[in-house]
Ligand binder design. Structure first.
Ligand code: P6P
Length: 335
């Protein structure tokens, strides 16, 4: 049971039995993410003070300029997860291929894989706008004792055992689920302790905020264009408010608290959308559904989509259940 203001450590101990395969491994995994988030938070919070912002002059597998904090966040999460003897593999937005972790005894006995976007929205770092980390956890599907394979990563989102995000904003929060609801923990930076500030988070079933980059409007599918016009129409509880931060975690977090819908549809530049299925859409979809919201590509439940490749992109519509269903209606009406 989530008690407001209890620490993350107390919460994990009190809810240990709820974690699937409750033998402490998943708890240790969440604890390692908690530590890495504190380390990244420390760097993000002083980004403007030291020469750590700005690009490193390299591009990642996505063809995006790698920001120094991207690299640091990636290395921090990989190192922290590796040291905890829990994961047998990690896939990251910043790495072309997955990383195999054989364990200190070199015996491949660890049972979980983690997929991560170490610093989502990093292009916002230099302008001091919130950024986030997104993570997704699965049990491996190949035999324990053998090296992890791509099959351990290409699992549909409905098999996730845990997922969450860290938002480095006006405060730093860790929001996660293990399939028993969504809880938000706020970091007290003075103590380095996370406190349960948002127990049992719920996506309002309806809302009046829509989040989309309308600069791409001319390239959107007709169904999305029609839904945006629906949001802007003077009727009933409309027009809705447009709010788009350009940082997925921030837009989703605000919409989960206030009610709203986030859309990154297919565009001419990104025919499959921009967001990645495995380490952005699936974990956010797990959180959204656990909070009573919905996530689809306009036609299919995101978490039922069988991934075909590690960095696969997918159109993404996520938020308040009634709003997502309205957008799906317009999409399917124009299929
Ligand atoms: P655009 C950040 O790069 C990101 O992956 C999401 O966090 C964000 O919602 C989206 O892309 C912003 O993309 O094309 O609108 O700038």
């Amino acid at each position: 049971m989530a008690r407001k203001n209890q620490t993350l450590g107390e919460f994990i101990i009190e809810n240990q039995a709820e974690f699937p395969y409750a033998n402490g491994e998943l708890s240790r995994l969440i604890n390692s993410i908690r530590l890495a988030a504190k380390m990244v938070n420390h760097e993000v919070n002083k980004a403007g003070l030291v020469d750590i912002t700005g690009a490193v002059g390299e591009v990642n597998v996505q063809g995006e300029d790698q920001q120094k904090l991207d690299v640091l966040a990636n290395e921090t999460f990989i190192k922290t997860l590796t040291n905890r003897e829990i994961v047998c593999g990690i896939a990251s937005e910043e790495n072309d291929d997955f990383i195999t972790i054989t364990g200190q005894k070199n015996d491949n006995k660890n049972k979980y894989v983690v997929l991560i976007d170490p610093l989502d929205g990093s292009s916002n770092i230099d302008v001091n706008v919130s950024v986030g980390t997104i993570f997704s956890v699965y049990r491996r599907v190949t035999p324990v004792g053998t090296p992890v394979t791509i099959d351990d990563f290409l699992q549909p989102g409905n098999l996730q055992v845990a997922a969450g995000y860290i938002i480095y904003g006006t405060s730093t929060m860790l929001v996660f689920t293990t399939g028993h609801g969504v809880n938000g923990f706020t970091l007290n930076p003075a103590l380095g302790t996370y406190y349960l500030s948002h127990p049992n988070m719920q996506f309002p079933v309806d809302g009046n905020i829509y989040s989309v980059n309308e600069g791409n409007y001319v390239h959107f599918p007709q169904g999305i264009k029609n839904y945006i016009k629906y949001c802007q129409e003077e009727k009933d509880d409309r027009p809705y408010t447009s709010r788009y931060i350009g940082s997925l975690v921030s837009d989703i977090h605000r919409n989960m608290i206030k009610g709203g819908i986030y859309m990154y549809p297919s565009t001419a530049k990104s025919p499959n959308g921009k967001l990645r299925l495995l380490y952005e859409c699936n974990p956010v979809a797990f959180i959204a559904e656990q909070a009573g919201g919905k996530a689809s590509d306009g036609y299919r439940r995101i978490m039922d989509i069988k991934p075909e490749e590690l960095h696969q992109r997918i159109p993404f519509i996520c938020g308040s259940k009634n709003m997502v269903e309205k957008a799906e209606y317009f999409m399917q009406e124009n299929q």
